[in-house]
Design a protein around this ligand. Structure first.
Ligand code: PAF
Length: 285
């Protein structure tokens, strides 16, 4: 496994892989790698790609400076995870190279960026879309793997790739869960034992949504489950899986249940498929 820090070396590493006849996969991360990240590398390997993993804690997508400071940085352990999962190249660019002073370009994906995470974390998706566009542009033609846990992020990335005509195929990979059902996240290490146990209410709402119902039943029951566990609800909503707009009269495509809740001071996300039954649109609250 090769590690590169300079953007020029990362670009030529990708080029060398393609010249040698390999197809390249990109797995972008902010480090603090866990089994969810390893599953992305492994999926890309199974699909026949040579994998470039990037580790870059992108300051521009943190709307809270202390959240950026507290974000776990575990480079040595990350390199071991990357090696064990079969990455060919790990790119560890510096902030100065990714965002040279005077950087004036922001990528904004209108429509998909405003709701949900976008409403709770102003600027987050612009920072994310800007860095992902740069990671994809440096890597060049590739298949890029992202986890479905960040469902809105995935929708935004699919849209920016389509709108900008980037030579990239985007693959969304299933959420990887811990033995008790909690979706794996780099933030889980910050949960106290008590908050971790309370956080199990989050996958419980996803399991409830998977059984189907009306929008109002699913949303109301989710809020009850979360508040009974002592969590603060950011949102618990049934959305149109393609547009991420609240599921509404006239929608016929797949629905998705998305949830964000705070346990202690840790904000956690989850989501899953849901089926609309009965009077779908009754009493949206
Ligand atoms: O999901 C993440 O870890 C980040 O948002 C990403 C896609 C690596 C961009 O910084």
């Amino acid at each position: 496994m090769r590690t590169v820090t300079a953007i020029a070396d990362w670009r030529s590493a990708a080029e060398e892989l393609r010249t040698a006849g390999h197809s390249v996969a990109l797995v972008p991360t902010m480090g603090a790698l866990h089994a969810g990240h390893a599953s992305l590398i492994e999926a890309a390997r199974r699909d026949g790609h040579e994998v470039i993993l990037t580790i870059f804690v992108n300051q521009r997508q943190f709307n809270d400076a202390s959240d950026f400071e507290r974000y776990p940085r575990t480079t040595e352990a990350d390199l071991e995870v990357a090696r064990a999962a079969g990455a060919a190249v790990v790119a560890l660019p510096s902030a100065a190279e990714m965002w040279p002073s005077g950087t004036a370009t922001t990528v904004h994906v209108e429509g998909l960026s405003e709701n949900w995470e976008g409403a709770d974390r102003p600027g987050h998706f612009d920072g994310m879309a800007s860095v992902v566009t740069k990671l994809l542009t440096i890597t060049g033609p590739c298949t890029a793997y992202f986890g479905e846990k960040d469902f809105q992020q995935l929708a935004i990335i699919r849209r920016l790739v389509a709108d900008l005509g980037l030579p990239v195929t985007v693959v969304g990979a299933p959420i990887i869960r811990d033995h008790d059902g909690l979706a794996l996240s780099s933030r889980n290490v910050r949960l106290s034992a008590q908050n971790r146990s309370a956080a199990l209410a989050i996958p419980a709402t996803v399991a409830r949504a998977a059984r189907g119902g009306t929008v109002s039943e699913i949303e109301a029951e989710a809020c009850e489950i979360l508040t009974a566990a002592g969590l603060t609800v950011s949102y618990a909503a049934v959305v149109n899986a393609a547009t991420l707009a609240p599921y509404a009269a006239g929608d016929s495509g797949p629905a998705r249940f998305i949830v964000a809740a705070i346990a202690g001071d840790v904000r956690l996300l989850d989501n899953g498929p849901t089926l609309m039954t009965g009077d779908t649109h009754a009493a949206r609250h």
